[in-house]
Design a protein around this ligand. Structure first.
Ligand code: COA
Length: 371
């Protein structure tokens, strides 16, 4: 038996959802650059689930379906109020709340196509409600229900802040959502597929995926990038901070990638957004510092920024609390998880690889009193 640490380079399934070929990312064949520049997040979700772009009527119906699925059961919101809100990370709260959603869905274990589509709509529409409600609850404020006439991106900011966002903020969130929606067989998507390949339910698959996304080597990196930027504090201190960290073999969050070795195609969009948004807020130091770090890490290690690096200064500029960065990633990526879960169900086989045994052999049983 041969093993590949971290399954690097292993092709574990076929998929028609998204691809990374020669460093180019596409969602069902549509290039990420076009989608980032022109698509609404709702169109992208429709594309990922239905394998085609919606026409006007299909999109309008889809938006209505999402809007009518957005209400989180009161029981789940009430339970959230009982979480240890001053201690719990919003990703842990999200993981717990999504798991709880299944308890209030009579069709949670129903596996037919209609039931799965209804669950898909609920999960997609309710994740932003959960994330924003948690943020408000811990500030002692009441959760805000989404408005049917707002876009998905605008609703996220509206439910978070209680105000209809300006166009620049709405567009920035929309683009960030589009860029994070799917990414081939990344760790959380693989987790979701492994989970549902046992024929477990969609809520379990998404709950498991949230657990995987939470880690700092995956989605948890964006929050840690902001922590690093805050710790550095000013552009002049970036060089010594990063060089010292690299010398101590500390990983610089937001750099490197398992698949992309010539750069993450999403990063340039986020870099430009960071430039524009920090110009608007006047806090250009976050962009300047990020560019400086980018130069140093690239020169010193040959590592390029990934999706999480510039998204940190983008989200900060939009006034999003730092520990909501990864939950916001989940609000988008759930669309990809669902697309992969639906694809897994279409042609399922249990995912069960092997392990090469490296433990001791031929052990003789030792009775308790002789151990
Ligand atoms: N900072 C410093 N060194 C890094 C690094 C980083 N961000 N990412 C990788 N490296 C180094 C590793 O230390 C390793 O060096 P070595 O060969 O001297 O031991 C080498 O580059 C290969 O890295 P490895 O961790 O084996 O790559 P991987 O494919 O297993 O991991 C990531 C990919 C993304 C997990 C990794 O690059 C990382 O930890 N990045 C930071 C976290 C992050 O931004 N995650 C979000 C990913 S979208």
């Amino acid at each position: 038996m041969s093993t590949t640490k971290g399954l690097e380079g292993v092709v574990a399934t076929t998929s028609g959802v998204s691809s990374i070929i020669d460093g180019v990312l596409t969602y069902h064949g549509y290039g990420i650059d076009d989608l980032a520049d022109y698509a609404s997040f709702e169109e992208v979700v429709y594309l990922l689930w239905n394998h085609k772009l919606p026409n006007k009527e299909e999109l309008s119906t889809f938006n209505k379906q999402l809007a009518s699925a957005a209400k989180v059961p009161d029981e789940v919101l009430d339970q959230m109020k009982m979480y240890p809100i001053d201690k719990v990370h919003p990703m842990a709260a999200l993981r717990t709340a999504v798991s709880a959603l299944a308890l209030y869905d009579e069709d949670a274990d129903e596996q037919d196509e209609t039931a799965n589509y209804q669950k898909a709509l609920k999960l997609q529409a309710q994740l932003p409600t959960i994330v924003t409600s948690f943020s408000r609850i811990r500030q002692g404020k009441d959760p805000i229900a989404p408005k049917e006439d707002l876009s998905f991106a605008a609703n996220f900011l509206y439910m978070l802040n209680g105000e209809i966002p300006d166009e620049v903020s709405e567009k920035a969130i929309n683009k960030a959502l589009v860029l994070h929606a799917d990414h081939e067989l990344n760790a959380s998507t693989f987790t979701a597929r492994v989970c549902v390949a046992t024929l477990s339910d969609m809520y379990s698959g998404v709950t498991a995926a949230i657990g995987a996304l939470k880690g700092p080597l995956h989605g948890g990196a964006n929050e840690r990038v902001m922590a690093m930027l805050s710790e550095i504090g000013q552009v002049e201190k970036a060089e010594s901070y990063i060089k010292d960290a690299l010398e101590r073999k500390v990983k610089i969050m937001g750099f490197g990638h398992r698949v992309y070795k010539d750069g993450d195609p999403r990063a340039k969009h986020l870099r430009e957004m960071s430039r524009q948004l920090t110009n608007i807020t006047g806090e250009t130091k976050w962009y300047d510092m990020s560019v400086k770090i980018d130069e140093i890490v690239t020169n010193e290690k040959g590592l390029l920024p990934n999706v999480d690096f510039y998204s940190a200064s983008v989200y900060h500029s939009l006034g999003i609390e730092h520990d909501l960065f990864t939950p916001l990633f989940a609000v988008s990526r759930v669309s990809g998880w669902i697309a992969h879960i639906l694809e897994q169900f279409e042609n399922n086989r249990l995912i069960r690889p092997r392990a090469e045994y490296t433990g001791p052999d031929h052990q003789n049983w030792v009775p308790m009193e002789k151990r």
